[in-house]
Ligand binder design. Structure first.
Ligand code: HEM
Length: 238
């Protein structure tokens, strides 16, 4: 059997050129996606929103009550994790206000725990059947796991591993913006290729996003971790 471990820390912790610009883009996308995608469900009940064809309301309006609860728990807590997550990567807050970093961090970890559990429940009832079950389901498990590892590393005082795991965790949180970006790109590609029936184009684009929304993110996270000299993942024999 093999185990997933971290390499020894070699982090410099120094900010990179252009990182402020990237951080600002990440923050704006996170806040915009949270505001728009979560906010639309605050404008009415699932039934009324379903009648107006808002988001995924029609998928969840007829689901059992506990699944509807999971839906609301998910959008609120996952939205919170996405909105506060970028602040954890702001060096100024980490260095000058470590207590604020710790409190936001506790909120983030709790929000991810609840959001991932609710997301896992929803993956059994999602709108794209098997692709959604496997894609969103594995995302939920990995999201909870990477965040737990990040929390545990912080508690153990291993801050290089903490940073690496939290980069992985937030790369998965960022699946919410990337899902919507990929969805737009896939629709555009189909339109450029001749278009056709709108429902069919939407269905084809949505079938790809349960995996596409997070697989490239986790590869990007691993590259960032390596560039920063933080502990990477490797498979080792026991
Ligand atoms: C990263 C782990 C995540 C998992 C595993 C996950 C899982 C899911 C699942 C299974 C659905 C239902 C999809 C369907 O029925 O087709 C969903 C919908 C939704 N999720 Fe997540 N999600 C995650 C992250 C987030 C984040 C960070 C946000 C923050 C905005 C978010 C906000 C939403 C919203 C608003 C919906 C309703 C669909 C819509 O209107 O676009 N999720 N999620």
């Amino acid at each position: 059997m093999s185990a997933l471990t971290s390499r020894p820390p070699t982090a410099t912790g120094r900010p990179r050129r252009g990182s402020r610009f990237h951080w600002t883009v990440m923050l704006l996308l996170s806040v915009a996606i949270t505001g728009y995608s979560v906010g639309q469900y605050a404008t009415g009940s699932l039934e009324t929103l379903a009648a107006g064809r808002v988001g995924l309301a029609s998928t969840y309006a007829d689901r059992p009550f506990p699944v509807q609860i999971a839906f609301y728990v998910h959008i609120i807590t996952a939205g919170l994790a996405l909105a506060v997550g970028p602040f954890q990567f702001a060096g100024a807050i980490r260095e000058r206000l470590p207590r604020v970093h710790r409190w936001i961090g506790r909120g983030y970890v709790t929000a991810v725990g609840l959001g991932a559990a609710a997301g896992l429940v929803m993956s059994f009832f999602n709108s794209v059947a098997f692709a959604g079950f496997f894609g969103f389901g594995s995302l939920a498990v990995l999201w909870g796991w990477t965040t737990y590892r990040g929390y545990r590393a912080a508690r153990a005082g291993d801050f290089a591993a903490h940073r690496a795991w939290m980069i992985r965790s937030f790369a998965l949180t960022f699946a919410a913006p990337t899902l919507r970006l990929w969805f737009g790109v896939l629709i555009l590609l189909q339109v450029l290729a001749g278009g056709g029936d709108v429902e069919r184009m939407v269905g084809q684009a949505y079938a790809a996003v349960p995996f596409l929304c997070w697989l490239p993110n986790i590869v990007a996270a691993e590259l960032m971790i390596r560039r920063r000299g933080l502990p990477g993942l490797r498979l080792v024999a026991p």
